[in-house]
Design a protein around this ligand. Structure first.
Ligand SMILES: Cc1ncc(COP(=O)(O)O)c(C=O)c1O
Length: 302
């Protein structure tokens, strides 16, 4: 029988079928908690420091005191990957408010729950072209920054789920959410970039976006390549008339958008800049300095 994956729950490891949390956990009852989705490439956790920092920022913004230091959390992530002998993986790190009596008040919960799942996941990044996806513009608007802002990577994903349902119903891959003003915000689980006349733009934080770690790395990559990325308001008009549109995120990596609500973007395939960034990013994720090694370097016998 195949060995089950081991899941970290509050400092102990459990087989996947036995890894459980309480039905009284406010993460389940009210979506009260924060999380991270993280990739492991060739035995190195990609931008782990950034993910840990963002997790603690998300927690701080909802007054959730994580019961571990950043160093302990980092070790727990690495140990979870190690225990499962993974080299290419997806890690889901969750900190919820913990179990408490019924009632939305977080003060009812004394001990946050921490769990970490690591599953095998191969990258699609490589010499081939990125996948082309079709998207619609969702009628569901992104939560504004003064509401359940997606700047917080929280367990409240209904906003994205409603948009994804619209994409499913339209028979396309994903949906782009507009912010409450009508400007482009992001896709259900990825940030968005547009290219027009070789100029690159991406919605700024005023559009209620998650401060994506891939987005940040792509902006830096562009800068290294001498390409300036404007972080500004992007209109739906600019989106549908762009030469290239692409989505970026930890799980999605880089996806080329072939059409927006039936309107072809460029020639409907992969544009030259998207292709270039995809190829460069494929190399970046494999660089040791971009991540935290999971395994001790193999000792070299002299
Ligand atoms: C709503 C949303 N936007 C953007 C992203 C991309 O962020 P990152 O690159 O940090 O994975 C995600 C990732 O899960 C997301 O959920």
């Amino acid at each position: 029988m195949e060995k089950e994956l081991l899941v970290y729950v509050d400092g102990r490891f459990f087989e996947k079928s036995k890894a459980v949390v309480s039905v009284f956990d406010h993460g389940i009852l009210y979506g009260d908690g924060v999380f991270e989705g993280i990739r492991v490439y060739s035995g190195s956790v990609f931008r782990l420091v950034d993910h840990i920092d963002r997790l603690y920022d998300s927690a701080k913004s909802i007054h959730l005191k994580i019961p571990m230091t950043k160093h302990e959390m980092t070790e727990a992530v690495l140990e979870t990957v190690r225990k499962n002998h993974l080299r290419d993986a997806y890690v889901r790190l969750v900190v919820s408010r913990g179990p408490g009596d019924l009632g939305v008040d977080p003060a009812l919960c004394k001990d946050p729950t921490v769990f970490i799942i690591a599953e095998p996941m191969a990258t699609v990044l490589g010499p081939k072209d990125p996948k082309v996806v079709r998207v619609v513009l969702a009628s569901t608007r992104r939560d504004p920054v003064d509401a359940a802002s997606h700047e917080i990577k929280s367990l409240n994903y209904l906003n994205s789920i409603l948009a994804k349902i619209e994409a499913n119903n339209a028979g396309v891959d994903d949906a782009i959410l507009l912010d409450h003003r009508g400007f482009v915000s992001e896709a259900s689980v990825s940030n968005i970039f547009i290219v027009k006349d070789t100029k690159v733009a991406t919605p700024s934080s005023s559009a209620g976006i998650l401060h994506g770690i891939t987005r940040e790395r792509i902006i830096r990559l562009c800068s290294d390549l001498g390409i300036d990325v404007e972080q500004r308001d992007v209109t739906p008009f600019e989106l549908v008339t762009a030469d290239e549109v692409f989505l970026v995120g930890t799980k999605s990596e880089i996806l080329s958008v072939g059409s927006v609500r039936g309107t072809k973007i460029g020639n409907g395939g992969v544009g030259p800049l998207t292709k270039r960034l995809y190829q460069e990013f494929s190399k970046i994720v494999q660089r040791p300095e971009e991540g935290t090694p999971v395994y001790e370097a193999e000792s070299v016998s002299i």
